[in-house]
Design a protein around this ligand. Structure first.
Ligand SMILES: Cc1cc2nc3c(=O)[nH]c(=O)nc-3n(C[C@H](O)[C@H](O)[C@H](O)COP(=O)(O)OP(=O)(O)OC[C@H]3O[C@@H](n4cnc5c(N)ncnc54)[C@H](O)[C@@H]3O)c2cc1C
Length: 369
């Protein structure tokens, strides 16, 4: 039984495996890095509110507790019919049961011409390294002009966090949002609060499709926006190796799964998180759904082993979303209700602390106490 990817969706599976016996079952976790970043705290790290080690989850002790062999390598191929997972290091792992949760890939197609001037939010390790180098350069006197591309919660949070990190040492931050994509799906009150925050803090908001240009970005309305560096929070696209896997995928190339998180073409392959699209309903790609589907995934892997009926992942009708503003305040929503301020930050901090504490037997990191 193989887990591919050690991120949000699989943490609950590792916890489940630590609690249950699996006679005659060899368990393996293949993941790109020993540490996985809790994305909810990435903007807080950028804004200097927490340290790198506060948001990194060490998979080695979790795998050990779960009686699972940890292989640090990248999945680069899958032959679903032959039940074989191919790793970049050359290994070919055969499986009876596979769970895929390697997340999505950053979609950089429109920004590729910018080369090293683009910081993609994924892989998170590379982003953190690139951001730390950039901030150090600015502190040493380098002049930069930063633009963030992406209209979802991640783009907004990163623009707000970057403004805090570069305040007084860098030039103003700009956020570029494709037309009609500004916090799409969020409550109107959330958009209003974010716009007020941008206005107060001098963050420029531009609407339009952005492509890389000589001096920065060229927007679809012909405006040229100077930028020395661009953070790409442009959303996830499906990993390219899925197309050759033999697995049924959706039009956008994601693994097509049913409500039980099982591949619609290969019942011995389950999948969750950013790599899937449900065939029965549309769900946004978010850490909330990745985390909440984890226990169902764990139960269904055990059900598949025992040939028992599967559970379905039923998302709640309303989800609580909390966006950090980088200044120990947050903007939140619950359905159509929007709110913000220090109390929202306290709630976000409490949720983040609780999540991280569950992954660490030693308790939450000091910075979040
Ligand atoms: C800046 C930012 C902020 C965000 N904030 C929030 C938030 O506040 N709330 C929210 O709900 N969502 C948030 N999200 C979205 C959330 O992070 C994702 O939806 C969630 O991480 C998806 O979980 P996952 O398990 O599918 O993938 P991930 O958590 O990304 O995990 C993927 C795992 O697979 C590994 N991996 C990747 N590729 C390979 C490969 N080829 N082979 C092997 N292993 C591989 C990775 O190392 C990682 O361990 C945010 C995203 C970003 C970028």
């Amino acid at each position: 039984m193989i887990l591919a990817g050690g991120g949000h969706a699989h943490l609950a599976v590792l916890a489940d495996w630590a609690r249950h016996e699996f006679p005659n079952t060899q368990r393996v976790l293949v993941t790109a890095s020993r540490f996985t970043a809790y994305s909810g705290l990435l903007p807080a790290w950028m804004a200097g509110i927490c340290r790198r080690q506060d948001l990194m989850i060490d998979l080695e002790p979790l795998a050990r507790k779960a009686g699972t062999t940890l292989i640090i390598d990248r999945v680069c191929g899958l032959d679903a019919d032959k039940r074989t997972l191919l790793l970049a290091g050359g290994l070919a792992l055969e499986f009876d049961l596979l769970s895929l949760a390697t997340g999505g890939e950053a979609d950089l197609s429109a920004l590729a011409s910018l080369g090293p001037r683009v910081l993609a939010v994924k892989p998170v390790d590379d982003f953190m390294q690139g951001w730390a180098v950039l901030v150090a350069k600015v502190r040493a006197g380098a002049c930069i002009r930063l633009a963030v591309v992406g209209g979802g919660a991640a783009g907004v949070e990163m623009a707000l966090a970057a403004e805090v990190a570069l305040r007084g040492i860098g030039s103003p931050v700009a956020l570029i949002v494709p037309q009609g994509e500004f916090l799409k799906g969020h409550a109107d009150g959330v958009r209003r609060r974010v716009l007020a925050e941008f206005a107060r803090r001098g963050i420029a908001l531009h609407h339009g499709h952005a492509v890389g240009a000589q001096d920065g970005l060229l927007l679809s309305d012909g405006i040229s926006l100077p930028a020395s560096h661009v953070i790409a929070a442009t959303g996830s696209r499906a990993p390219s190796w899925l197309a050759r896997s033999g697995l049924r995928t959706t039009d956008a190339g994601f693994v097509a799964v049913g409500a039980d998180l099982r591949s619609v073409s290969h019942p011995n392959i389950l999948a969750a998180g950013d790599i899937v699209e449900r065939i029965d309903r549309l769900l946004p790609r978010s850490g909330v759904h990745a985390v909440k589907s984890g226990p169902v995934l764990a139960a269904n892997l055990r059900a598949a082993l025992a040939d028992r009926p599967m559970r379905t992942y039923r998302p709640r009708e309303r989800t609580l979303y909390l966006m950090a503003t980088g200044e120990r305040r947050a903007i939140g929503s619950w359905g159509k209700l929007a709110f913000g301020g220090r109390l929202a930050w306290w709630l976000k901090n409490w949720i983040d602390r609780r999540f991280i504490a569950r992954q660490r037997p030693g308790g939450p990191p000091d910075a979040l106490q």
